[in-house]
Design a protein around this ligand. Structure first.
Ligand code: NAP
Length: 286
């Protein structure tokens, strides 16, 4: 078997084209574009690359985005008041706080302060709770990207066994909830899971969000499974790979995301989709 490679870049281009039209419709109706603010606290070169790529994608879609840069020395009190100001700013429809935060700052404070209606990466307490209760408004974008790939490729989920590796609040846990809502039978594995291959081999849909290069070997995959590789790992000699041994697994799986070019390209585009959604939802109802 040779797996069908699930091309995240092509899917991203499709969604971008859909969004461009919808953003233009918003702009014409409302007299202004949807607005996005990326809040960045301190940050190194890599996080600068990330915020630049957000601004570029926003620009391509027609969303007005800017970076609000705070210094590394920002206190929790200052961060909270900066977020409250953005919450009250009608031009900021979506707020994205760039992670990771400097260690002295509280992620919990961000989750408690960011307005749920502007929280386009689904990190607030309210949005996490809504997802848990099956009434999600804004989803964590990486988990949403995985579901988008599965839906666009019409991968059956109802009644299927989905195994997720990784239980972080931003990827594994929300993804498990989303798969459950699609009626999959979900197993969530983590670093303490004993005999990992016994679980992965049962998966009709196997999703790895761990961050360990080539953790998933061909022997760990059920023949014909769909495999989604969320992991991003920089090799010591340079180059980026996922968690999956792509070459070997592509001989066993029926479908597989490449790295790069799989989940990654969709993540930021889905942030834009949720920013547009936030902008529509912010329009006062008569
Ligand atoms: P994280 O917070 O470090 O979580 C990693 C998870 O993997 C943890 O739950 C950990 O278990 C689990 N784990 C570690 N070793 C394992 C093993 N041998 N077997 C099974 N589970 C194991 O990372 P994250 O933020 O969720 O990100 C995961 C990966 O996705 C990273 O490579 C990251 O770069 C990538 N990522 C990609 C995108 C994208 O757009 N494509 C976006 C976000 C993240 P414990 O909980 O027990 O420690």
């Amino acid at each position: 078997m040779t797996a069908h490679m699930l091309d995240g870049r092509a899917m991203g281009a499709e969604i971008k084209a859909e969004l461009r039209g919808e953003v233009e419709r918003f702009r014409q109706g409302q007299g202004r574009a949807p607005g996005l603010v990326v809040m960045r606290i301190g940050g190194d070169g890599a996080s600068g690359v990330y915020s630049k790529s957000i601004l570029r994608i926003a620009d391509e879609i027609g969303i007005e985005a800017r970076v609000e840069q705070l210094t590394t020395l920002t206190s929790n009190t200052t961060l909270r008041s900066a977020l409250l100001q953005l919450n009250a700013n009608p031009a900021a429809h979506g707020i994205l706080v760039q992670m990771p935060l400097p260690v002295h700052l509280s992620q919990q404070l961000v989750a408690e302060t960011i307005a749920p209606g502007k929280d386009i990466d689904g990190i607030s307490i309210m949005n996490a709770g809504d997802l848990f209760l099956g009434a999600a408004r804004f989803l964590p974008s990486t988990a949403a990207a995985v579901i988008e790939i599965l839906e666009r490729t019409q991968t059956p989920l109802a009644g299927k066994r989905a195994v997720v590796l990784g239980r972080s609040n931003v990827v594994g846990k929300p993804l498990a909830m989303m798969l459950l809502q699609k009626d999959a039978t979900v197993t969530l594995c983590h670093s303490h899971t004993a005999n990992l291959p016994a679980f992965t081999r049962q998966a009709d849909v196997l999703i790895s969000a761990v961050g360990q290069a080539r953790l998933i070997t061909a022997e760990m995959v059920k023949p014909g499974a769909s495999v989604i590789d969320v992991g991003i790992n920089v090799l010591p000699g340079g180059g980026i790979v996922g968690d999956v041994d792509t070459e070997a697994v592509s001989r066993v799986a029926s479908a597989l995301t490449p790295t790069p070019g799989g989940v990654g390209p969709l993540t930021n585009i889905l942030l834009m989709k949720q920013c547009l959604q936030a902008a529509w939802q912010a329009i006062p109802k008569d």
